[in-house]
Ligand binder design. Structure first.
Ligand SMILES: [Zn+2]
Length: 385
């Protein structure tokens, strides 16, 4: 891909090392040059859990995990939501595999246990620090963005943009007394819950086949969180929230409804996916769905099978386009947090997905909409304070 498009190769010297870079401003009227804003990744968690060389894991190209900066640049990843997720506290019997390999383990995704406030706050503080270190080390190639103008500038210059996102609001005080501090620190997106309950609401557990209508709606603190996010200009992400919570946000929020990384329930009846009624509500609010590439949310049989074709992602995109319109669909890969189709591989595989969409009939302008323009519109609406 790199050789084929002839993007300039170069090197950037930073405090610790010299890293290779290879992206300049791009003419996005060529489909292979369209930059992508991606609704979700768990890369910070993967780096955070590595016991050493966290920065190297991001700056040096490898085949570990799904995102590092060289692969992001190569794949046309213009930026995305970098999730800060607080994994369950492991008991002492759990082997610390994730600490040594830099890979998440199933113990991290334990939906049965909540996390205490102080532990959540400490973890999020460390992840914010890690994100800042990455930005500093990247010397302009990777930037935390706070406004649509900054995000747009990254798309123009070729720098990779990071939107700071909290996945599950456990670190936020139930009286919201530290929410403004997080905003000041750069937070621009909050997922009210991960797939577990917290002080604000109830996440949908991972079940298949299952309706997303599991458990009660938001708590009073959750309803206050929605209003405060609207006021501060923090985007609210409804991925992982159960259906009752979804409908409460739909009636309370002034902002477009956004689901950063889920799929279509009619195609794969997993609890994490969206029903047609939810899709219609998203359209009514001028909102957006980022299609999750996790194979278990794509496949009709819900199997965790990496031999899932890229065309399954295309099917989910097509469904949303036909049902509610192309202005309401985007990507929400879940890189570094889920099982990807083997043929896509990692973030450097985005051009394969773009080609598959082009082959199935999407025009260059439509691909731009899906890749980043829809995100820009929704963030412009969401980040108004
Ligand atoms: Zn998630």
């Amino acid at each position: 891909m790199i050789d084929g498009t002839g993007w300039p190769l170069g090197k950037v010297s930073t405090v610790n090392a010299t890293y290779q870079i290879f992206r300049n401003p791009r003419d996005m009227d060529k489909t292979e040059n369209i930059l992508i804003i991606d609704g979700h990744n768990d890369t910070l968690l993967r780096l955070y859990q590595a016991d050493s060389n966290k920065l190297n894991l991001f700056f040096k190209r490898s085949d570990q995990g799904h995102i590092d900066l060289p692969r992001a640049l190569e794949g046309g990843f213009g930026g995305g939501f970098f999730a800060m997720f607080v994994p369950a506290i492991k008991d002492h019997s759990t082997p610390p595999a994730s600490q040594t390999s830099g890979q998440t383990t199933t113990a991290d995704w334990d939906t049965s246990r909540g996390v205490p406030l102080d532990y959540a706050q400490k973890t999020i503080a460390n992840m914010i620090e890690l994100l800042r270190e990455l930005e500093e080390e990247a010397a302009g190639e990777f930037k935390v963005v706070h406004t649509v103008e900054e995000l747009d500038a990254c798309l123009s210059s070729g720098a990779v943009a990071a939107i700071m996102h909290i996945e599950g609001a456990e670190a936020i005080e139930p009286d919201l007394s530290n929410l403004a501090e997080y905003y000041e620190a750069g937070l621009r997106s909050v997922g009210i819950t991960w797939s577990r309950s917290n002080a604000f609401g109830h996440g949908v557990p991972f079940e298949y086949p299952s309706s997303p209508d599991i458990g009660p709606g938001l708590t009073k603190a959750g309803r206050n969180l929605v209003k405060s996010c609207n006021q501060l200009g923090i985007m609210i992400d409804l991925s992982h929230l159960n259906e009752k919570g979804f409908w409460e946000v739909a009636s309370l929020s002034d902002a477009p409804l956004v689901v950063t990384h889920s799929g279509v329930h009619a195609l794969c009846p997993a609890s994490r996916n969206l029903t047609d009624k939810q899709l219609e509500a998203i359209a009514d609010s001028d909102g957006l769905v980022g299609i999750n590439f996790h194979v278990g949310f794509l496949r009709a049989d819900g199997k965790n099978d990496p031999e899932t074709p890229i065309s399954d992602i295309v099917q989910h995109v097509d469904y949303v386009v036909e049902k509610i319109g192309i202005e309401h669909v985007a990507f929400g890969s879940d890189f570094d947090g889920a099982t990807m189709p083997k043929s896509l591989g990692d973030v450097s595989g985005f051009p394969k997905l773009m080609s598959a969409l082009e082959e199935s009939g999407y025009s260059n302008q439509e691909l731009k909409q899906i890749a980043h323009e829809n995100w820009l519109r929704v963030l412009r609406e969401s980040w108004i304070s």
